[in-house]
Design a protein around this ligand. Structure first.
Ligand code: TXA
Ligand code: MG
Length: 330
């Protein structure tokens, strides 16, 4: 585990940031926490370095990577810019868990998978912000999991998936939200929500004062290429329990592990992984991906997961659950 360094997430040790920035500058890969999940990053301006990310993750070449920036000058460098009336809004929402798809500039074909657009975001986390500043490079970074696996919320999960294939892992403690950033795109006068995430759809609507359309894309014609792949899934079977009654019945068989709220778990007599209270969906979000990994390590071959209200971060939670269950339900 000689590729892991502990770093304080509030006041990152400048020596370690310098070491990590050096790895980025010479074309290597560094995993780091963000406010959403852990990412694996490389210099976005170096196609060879970005190739490294695809090979370490086993990621499909046609799935573009989000480019992380630390200031608006970098936004101007890697994109054709925002619509003029939106700079003010982005100065309020960034740093934050919102990625926006814009026309690209100065970027090669590898991080953007050959598209003429790029998804950009400014992470609200000291470690990546200082790493970007210190290296002087925008950093292309997908989630730091093996392709298809649940996104990592802890450094130990990055190591579990990628081991020593990644040059350096910065362990800054748990990521804050536990689900990835929200990805949006501007289309005419509307905002298309390509991926629901930590930044709620209600907040997008409130802040931009535009109509928000949830992308109902078909898997054959993805606007956001990453959404077509099987994602976030545990290796064991995961099934959505649509009603409490069905969950209770499944539990009685004794063969399933329940994943869900403390309120529902209290009514069951089977083993459970508690995600949190139904009244605190942020807690549920933080525990969601780690629960998929716990299911895989358990003695059970099947998990039954409860559904949550699609409000606020609940929309992202249900999006990840639906992908992880591939639509299977009780
Ligand atoms: O929270 C996050 O966004 C994390 C952290 C590390 O920042 N990153 C992340 O990256 O989740 P990744 O690669 O796992 O997901 C990126 C998503 C994919 O669904 C991808 O298809 C989409 O963003 N995307 C990237 N570039 C795009 C583009 N030019 N147009 C449309 N979608 C794009
Ligand atoms: Mg990912």
């Amino acid at each position: 585990m000689e590729n892991i360094r502990k770093v304080d997430s509030i006041v990152p040790d400048p020596e370690i940031i310098r070491e990590a920035a050096e790895v980025i500058r010479r074309g290597g890969t560094v995993a780091f926490p963000t406010e959403t999940v852990y990412g694996i990053g490389a210099n976005a301006l170096d196609d060879d370095a970005c190739r490294g990310i695809f090979s370490v993750k086993g990621r499909q070449q046609d799935n573009p990577i989000i480019v992380h920036i630390s200031d608006f000058d970098q936004l101007e460098y890697v994109t054709q810019g925002l619509p003029a009336d939106l700079y003010e809004v982005f100065e309020r929402v960034w740093p934050g868990p919102l990625s926006v798809v814009l026309e690209k500039k100065n970027l090669g074909v590898i991080p953007t998978a050959g598209l003429n657009t790029v998804a950009v975001r400014m992470p609200a986390h000291r470690i990546p912000l200082e790493l970007i500043r210190k290296s002087g490079k925008p950093i292309a970074a997908p989630s730091a999991n093996k392709s298809g696996s649940p996104s990592p919320v802890h450094a130990s999960e990055v190591f579990e998936d990628l081991g020593t294939k990644v040059d350096l892992i910065l362990d800054g403690g748990p990521a804050y939200f536990g689900v990835e950033s929200t990805v949006i795109m501007f289309k005419g006068d509307e905002i298309v929500l390509l991926r629901p995430g930590a930044f709620s759809a209600e907040d997008v609507q409130r802040i931009f004062k535009k109509r928000v359309k949830v992308s109902g894309e078909s898997p054959q014609t993805p606007v956001s290429p990453g959404m077509k792949y099987r994602h976030y899934a545990p290796e064991k079977d995961l099934i959505l329990g649509r009603s409490e009654e069905k969950i209770i019945r499944a539990c009685e068989s004794g063969n399933v592990l329940f994943i869900g709220s403390s309120e529902t778990a209290a009514k069951l007599n089977c083993e459970s992984i508690i995600l949190g209270s139904k009244n605190d969906l942020y807690e549920v979000a933080r525990n969601l991906f780690p629960s998929f990994r716990k299911l895989d390590k358990s003695k059970y071959s099947t998990g039954v997961i409860e559904g949550f209200e699609e409000k606020g971060i609940g929309l992202a939670i249900m999006n990840r659950i639906n992908k992880a269950t591939s639509g299977r339900e009780l």
